[in-house]
Design a protein around this ligand. Structure first.
Ligand code: FPP
Length: 238
């Protein structure tokens, strides 16, 4: 898609939201303050994505490796997600945002799971933008689950081993109903994928930004879209 000035807009943008802890540390604040400020950045980014005509925004909110953090930090993060869902569900509905979850969110306990499922139901028919939140997500385990599904189909005679190709694997991933990933952003200067969307990132543009996640805003998002458009234009010229 192109925007009003003819710039190529990515359909699907994913973000590894990194740097909340360092943001808090720089201010002499507890880590939870960084996560709270990070949640505000989520709000701004969602609005910016919708305003710019992005169709899908995928956010890495909690990786399967994040369970290694302290019990206190895990409880702060889940409390924050509960609070955010409570406060923002009306906004999601009003702005036409459909929520989708990837990862095994059943691990989060009955209260949060109930709230997440209510939010999924209440936003299921919205079409302006899909917000995909990765919760207890790990890409290698997602790919392993896809392999198991295909193996079951082969064992039952539903599928020939020879017909296992890229599409067959993509079709078993939790992102199977989404457009391909166009742009993957990581904030805070770290240059790693950290087990996020490894298969889906095969042809994505990768953008590593120095900004810490709580400082990410509309300008930073617009800048990322500009860099994406510039790369696309270069490819077009070759
Ligand atoms: C990385 O910063 C961030 C996280 C592990 C959590 C992301 C969570 C949020 C932004 C809050 C709420 C999310 C939603 C969807 C409402 P870090 O703690 O790894 O930072 P550091 O590397 O500087 O320590």
């Amino acid at each position: 898609m192109t925007d009003r000035v003819g710039k190529t807009v990515p359909r699907h943008v994913a973000i590894i939201m990194d740097g909340n802890g360092r943001w808090a540390q720089q201010r002499g604040l507890p880590r939870v303050a960084g996560h709270r400020a990070g949640a505000e950045a989520v709000r701004r980014t969602l609005q910016a994505a919708a305003d710019n005509g992005v169709e899908v925004l995928t956010l890495y909110a909690f990786s399967s490796e994040n369970w290694r953090r302290s019990a206190e930090e895990i409880s702060d993060l889940t409390a924050l997600m509960r609070f955010y869902l409570e406060r923002e569900l009306k906004t999601l509905e009003k702005e036409g945002v459909r929520l989708k979850l990837i990862g095994d969110y059943s691990a989060f306990g009955a209260d949060l799971v109930g709230r997440l499922e209510r939010a999924l139901e209440r936003t299921a028919n919205n079409t302006r933008l899909t917000l995909v939140v990765a919760l207890n997500y790990g890409s290698q385990s997602e790919i392993a689950a896809a392999a198991r599904e295909l193996a079951v189909k082969v064992a039952s005679g539903e599928l020939e081993p020879d017909s296992i190709d890229e599409q067959a694997i993509s079709g078993e991933l939790q992102t199977r109903d989404l457009p391909g990933l166009d742009l993957l952003i990581r904030t805070s200067g770290e240059v790693r994928l950290s087990n996020f969307l490894l298969w889906q990132a095969a042809y994505a543009e990768l953008l590593f930004l120095d900004v810490l996640w709580p400082d990410f805003d509309e300008q930073a998002f617009a800048g990322a879209l500009d860099q994406f458009a510039a790369r696309q234009r270069r490819y077009g010229g070759r």
